[in-house]
Design a protein around this ligand. Structure first.
Ligand code: PMV
Length: 361
């Protein structure tokens, strides 16, 4: 399969005006994507848990227009016009136009809201770009009603990837693999696929409590971060390690080995940040409270034997991961000992989820 397979044949139907609403979640990578080639092709494979509660809800209203010269759209976040969102969306439209040739034929109104605070440091690009890709795919389905559910989702993921790489892992759940590798059959750089092997019950309803350590704007955008992997002294080894970690995860997921799981995801998180600390220029996204939380998690784990672990995004927030069966004791510990390190004591309780949903069409 190549990107050209996503260029549609001439459409069979005509569509005038309409409105569609989707919601799409965020996701948290276990094996991290960091480093990309042209057109958001990842340098290494990644795997993520789809989240359930952290999501973006978008209504796309479309009206046909006479001229087909330019993209025309307005964007609203929580009912307020957002001029500063427009360049990213215009760049997205530009990138996907050859796969959705109707984009210049409509005037769009994009109305969006997030279930998590916008400046929480939680990346809204995964949920935001995937939800927009799904809304656009609903228009394509009006134009070509023959598209199958499988093709619809694959193309939505393919388009979302061109908006923000990790967004391609938000269309479905509960575990998604993106990036070609030998150990996962059907894996591709072009879009995310559902993890096709057995997953132990230990990982069902796996919990993710997100500790909002720093809600400020990111000092380094992920685009800049990915680009710093070009010429990075450890890039080749890191990309190889991601392949190895994905292979190692397979028996862990199958047998439900939580100790090994935690060791692997924590190492991935720290490796991601180690890449940032060893790039030129170098940078540190963790804050003192990120480290305080990590130390507390390790001490609590040592003391209780409970299966609490963490992962990190490209930011200071800590995702505390643990099995549902241990949720009562671990959540109590989080509230008593960790929430004090969060900005304004803010945290979000989430868990593994099953992907995007059509709300209204
Ligand atoms: O999708 P982007 O370009 O914002 O990159 C996200 C990268 C990480 O969140 C750090 C890792 C990942 O695999 O999600």
């Amino acid at each position: 399969m190549t990107a050209n397979d996503f260029i549609p044949k001439p459409y069979s139907n005509q569509v005038a005006n309409g409105k569609v609403t989707w919601e799409s979640p965020s996701n948290i990578a276990l094996v991290k994507y960091w480093g990309k080639k042209k057109d958001q092709i990842p340098e290494n494979p990644s795997i993520s848990f789809t989240l359930n509660n952290c999501k973006t809800i978008t209504t796309l209203t479309y009206t046909t227009k006479d001229n087909h010269d330019d993209f025309e759209f307005e964007v609203f976040l929580d009912g307020k016009q957002k001029e500063d969102f427009k360049p990213k969306i215009a760049a997205f439209f530009q990138r996907i136009e050859s796969y959705l040739p109707f984009l210049k034929h409509f005037q769009f109104k994009i109305e969006t809201s997030n279930t998590f605070p916008h400046s929480s440091g939680i990346a809204s690009s995964a949920s935001g770009m995937s939800v927009l890709a799904l809304c656009l795919m609903s228009i394509e389905r009006e134009l070509n009603s023959e598209i199958s559910e499988v093709d619809f989702k694959a193309k939505a993921s393919f388009l979302a990837r061109l908006g923000s790489g990790s967004a391609c892992r938000s269309i479905e759940g509960d575990l998604i693999v993106w990036g070609e590798n030998d150990t996962v059959e059907g894996s591709t750089d072009l879009f995310g696929i559902k993890y096709p092997y057995t997953v132990h019950d230990n990982f069902k309803e796996y919990q993710d409590t997100i500790l909002l350590v720093d809600r400020g704007e990111k000092q380094v955008s992920s685009t800049v971060g990915h680009n710093l992997m070009y010429g990075h002294p450890f890039a080749a080894q890191r990309f190889e390690q991601a392949h190895e970690n994905l292979a190692k995860l397979k028996p862990i997921l199958e047998t439900g080995d939580l100790k090994q799981f935690i060791a692997l995801i924590e190492s991935e998180a720290l490796t991601l940040h180690a890449m940032m600390m060893t790039s030129t220029p170098y940078f540190i996204l963790m804050k003192p409270n990120t480290l305080e939380i990590i130390q507390k998690i390790w001490a609590f784990r040592e003391k209780t034997g409970l299966h609490i672990g963490f992962t990190l995004d490209a930011g200071a927030n800590v995702h505390v991961l643990y099995p549902k069966a241990e949720a009562t004791q671990i959540l109590e510990f989080i509230k008593d000992e960790l929430v004090g390190y969060c900005q304004n004591e803010q945290y979000i309780c989430d868990q593994i989820g099953f992907g995007a949903k059509l709300i209204d069409n």
